[in-house]
Design a protein around this ligand. Sequence first.
Ligand SMILES: [Zn+2]
Length: 271
Amino acid sequence: MTRWEVLVTDILAGTTVVGRENASAGAGLVAAARRPGGEPVRTETETILPGTRHETPLYVVDAPKAGPTVMVTGGIHGDEPNGIEVAREAASWYPDAGRLVVIPEANRVAIENGRRDGVGGDLNRQFPPDRPPETELARGLWTTIERHAPDVFLDLHRSLGIYGVHPRYVGQAIFHSPSARGEELAAYLNEVAIPWYMPFHRFTAATSMMGGPLLFHAVDREFGADAYLFETTAFLLDQEAKNELTRHAVAKVLSLHGLLEAADGRGGVGR
Ligand SMILES: [Zn+2]
């Protein structure tokens, strides 16, 4: 078998090699996040919009040491399970410092229907500048976010194509507020999780104009948060590959903003 036949076989096998290719370098941060530290974390659960069709849980994980509040949202679009599944996992991680706030299933109606949109259209277009959020769910989420006042915000998504490769699609990209560390996040993902033979899947970081109606725009405007919108892609990646990239991204954001002490997970750095 030639080298190229090996490559094609790997890709056709489901491309689950993505996200695991450099596991020795990259698994460290995710492993550190999953590993209990010396002092226990304290976890609380809240309910957003209780008694409505939008009712959904929020998890607060308080680390033993003080630090910033990082909020992670999944399921703003109901047909993007990578964000939902990885946000659920992150709710049982062990940050070393600060507070991790997780909303895994932001848009319950959309998730139950397996569709991008829930009630009132695309939830990620309902946070315009200078006007209140546009729907009951958007207002309920916003009230909750205001209460937790995140310093850092990470919204998890999945596109169908690749940013800069497929017109109109935005996959394999980190959109971020000017102050956020999107370039470092993209560089990390490319180093630990994208094999050399999938160059089109390398992540791109793009600074966003924050005047739009997307939730991460609004969180940046309102709280001056370092805000990220993470997009992986369905193009050639199976569900576990998408989840693994999403997992690496969440762990790296926690690390970049001081919630994980392991700097990069290399060389067995841990607690
Ligand atoms: Zn999305």
